[in-house]
Design a protein around this ligand. Structure first.
Ligand code: NAI
Length: 357
């Protein structure tokens, strides 16, 4: 489908059709993508899909994990919905997810944690973690230092924090808060111990926060205390902004509060492109059996619809999903039922109602 012509429809008019790159992904990816596409189509989402491959599927079909055609498509559409991609342990290729983030400089990773599952441990959680996606220890600047006969006597890793990167992620968090009617941004750090790197992140964060004074509240917290507070009382948080590794860990913690990775969508955002995905992986243990829960990818597709300005369609899908979960209809095995992926999709489609806008 790569060769379809792109027309100039990325504007604010009512009858826009959006061109979006679709990477169905590996493992359970194609199964959950199929169901998500069926739901989006039933909801009338005006999208023209440009299907591409990535990961193991791409390696097997076109001989490389991240084909140029896939990069070109995302370059053109600037928006992608991505199923999970397998990164084989120990073998050849680097994570395609990381490569995509680097290629398109997707510096902001936005992960909302919203309780939808009635049986989740914490009802009514509604917070968002904004994670810096390119710097910190995950920049991957590390090496060994040899001593005597041991070439790996010491391992060293650099925590890269730049003024530029800190400013743009904290500013992003404040702009996100304004755009989504959020009241509070909490900057999470470890500046008490890491005085230079985390100290710079905090210093820049406070400067940016001053620009938003009177519009969005601000506070800052140490990461270990934040982890405890998230478990004790997640309701005190609204938007959390933090560096790469802390964001990785805290967003999984937040997913645990609301029912697990099956309910966690993520958006990777930059100036040039936006890639929406489920937080979970390709689940090889259940792949091909048609029993995966498509909720995370469906929620990711709702974030994508919001990004495209199709907010009422996103709201209708979220409402139908909420009704499906509230009624316990067509539960897949991971949430205690026996339904298949497609049956869950049909249950959501049955509960789609008229325009809520
Ligand atoms: P995983 O998230 O794929 O699976 C962990 C457990 O959760 C498994 O028992 C799986 O069956 C279950 N699970 C995950 N998603 C589910 C769903 N939608 N419905 C029902 N059950 C679900 O994590 P794992 O096994 O560590 O990784 C498998 C592969 O996925 C690896 O190659 C890894 O690199 C890749 N991965 C890719 C990600 C991405 O593309 N964004 C993110 C995380 C992992």
């Amino acid at each position: 489908m790569h060769n379809e012509t792109f027309d100039e429809t990325h504007d604010e008019t009512d009858d826009v059709t959006h061109d979006v790159t679709l990477l169905p992904g590996d493992g359970i990816g194609p199964e959950i993508s199929r169901t998500v596409l069926d739901i989006l189509e039933a909801a009338g989402a005006p999208i023209r899909w440009h299907e591409c491959v990535g990961g193991v599927t791409a390696l097997e079909t076109v001989g490389e994990p991240l084909p140029q055609a896939t990069l070109d498509s995302i370059e053109t559409t600037a928006v992608a919905l991505k199923g999970p991609l397998t990164t084989p342990i120990g073998s050849g290729f680097r994570s395609v997810n990381v490569a995509l983030r680097k290629h398109f400089d997707l510096f902001a990773n936005v992960r909302p944690a919203l309780t939808l599952l009635p049986s989740a441990r914490y009802p009514g959680v509604d917070l968002v973690i904004v994670r810096e996606n390119t710097e910190g220890l995950y920049a991957g600047i590390e090496h060994f230092i040899g001593m005597e006969n041991d070439p790996r006597a010491v391992a060293e890793s650099v925590m890269l924090i730049t003024r530029y990167g800190s400013r743009r992620i904290v500013r992003f968090a404040f702009e996100y808060a304004l755009a989504h009617g959020r009241r509070l941004v909490t900057l999470v750090h470890k500046a008490n111990i890491l005085k230079y790197t985390q100290g710079l992140f905090l210093e820049v964060g406070r400067q940016v926060a001053a620009e938003y004074e009177g519009r969005v509240e601000f506070d800052d917290r140490i990461v270990d205390a934040t982890a405890m507070q998230l478990v004790l009382d997640p309701y005190q948080f609204d938007v959390i902004v933090t560096e790469n590794m802390f964001g990785d860990i805290l967003s999984d913690l937040a997913a645990g509060l609301i029912g697990g990775l099956g309910f966690a969508p993520g958006a990777n955002l930059g100036e040039r492109a936006a890639i929406f995905e489920a937080v979970h992986g390709s689940a090889p243990d259940i792949a091909g059996r048609g029993i995966a829960n498509p909720t995370s990818l469906l929620l990711a597709s709702c974030l994508m619809l919001d990004h495209l300005g199709e907010t009422s369609t996103a709201a209708r899908i979220r409402a139908a999903l909420r009704r499906t979960l509230d009624e316990g209809a067509a539960r897949t095995p991971d949430i205690g039922g026996t339904a298949r992926t497609a049956e869950f999709g049909e249950a959501v489609i049955e509960r789609l109602e008229g325009d809520t806008a």
